[in-house]
Design a protein around this ligand. Sequence first.
Ligand SMILES: Cc1ncc(COP(=O)(O)O)c(C=O)c1O
Length: 394
Amino acid sequence: MAYLDHAATTPMLPAAIAATTAELGRVGNPSSLHTPGRAARRVVEESREALAEGVGARPGEVVFTSGGTEADNLAVKGLYWSRVAADGRRRRVLVGAGEHHAVLDAAAWLSREQGAQVEPLPLDAVGRVRLDALAESLARDPGDVALVSVLWANNEVGTIQPVAEIVELAHAYGIPVHSDAVQAAGQLDVRFATSGLDALTLTGHKIGGPVGAGALVLRRDADVTPVLHGGGQERDVRSGTLDAAAYAGFAAALTEVVAGRADEAVRLAGLRDELVRRVLDAVPDAELNGDPDPAGRLPGNAHFSFPGCEGDSLLLLLDARDVFCSTGSACSAGVAEPSHVLLAMGASEERARGSLRFSLGHTSTEADVDALAEAIGPAVERASRAGVAAHRVS
Ligand SMILES: Cc1ncc(COP(=O)(O)O)c(C=O)c1O
């Protein structure tokens, strides 16, 4: 089989499986004072140190969460609430128009329920947040902005965002910036302190760790109102029993990934370029989405639109040939919605609907690219015939 959906989730690394399973067999709540509790606490703190080291942060800045979704919600809602509590005018939330739903929907909820004014930051044609639009939006009235949140790299089209410039623009007015680096951390040099960010989202299962472990890396002086209340763990920012086994696996994965990341990025980019070339050979009218400059996108990401095809039909035709990938569309009530990312990049609904993402990771090989190159031509041909037939009957 050719698994080309590493951006959805990637297999756990052997070191992460070993670290997690070693802890699963032990007992002890890391908050308990007895010996097993203290042993579990040691695992949590060692994992925190390893994670901090891996992303260039201080251990005290790592707040463990259940994953990327929770970390994004904590950043967006938590920063909003604390900024509004300090000054009731700060109700504008500036988010990239192509953010992951964990950010977009958290912001939309703040707008529906909490009086936030959410302003989507427009994207250019390759999916990058437009800095001129951000600068203009900030300058209009910096005193009413609660926060800025922008992906480090887009999860659909892989476009790398100008995080440093965004931080510079927002910090000129003292406005905090959050970035979701869930997709970036495994492939790019993500360093928290050097980025200048106030908050950064990570998750384990996109880098070879377990599902259900993530972190919000948060500056010590960043004020965040908790979303979860309870036992007061994680500097009272995120209550809930600490999951030593999951964090141990998460930390082991990040440590291994960071050690080999530069070489792996080169390997993946080579495979990805080959994949792009062979898909375009097999389907000459396929359109590559995202940044055509390989340096502007995640090394493991290739994203295409196939004119005249529905992404879902194509996905299933490829699935029947043991080639596994993703569509950009989200299914809502059984109807495929075109990808909001592609629409924000100015693509037509048809182009957005007929799109597929192929994402590579640590188990990817030339054989995966071969399998896709063989399967994609016939699959597109069948999907476009089905598209024409559907048009005729409707
Ligand atoms: C960019 C991005 N943010 C957040 C998430 C959610 O992370 P998790 O699955 O750990 O909740 C994902 C996963 O699809 C993602 O790609």
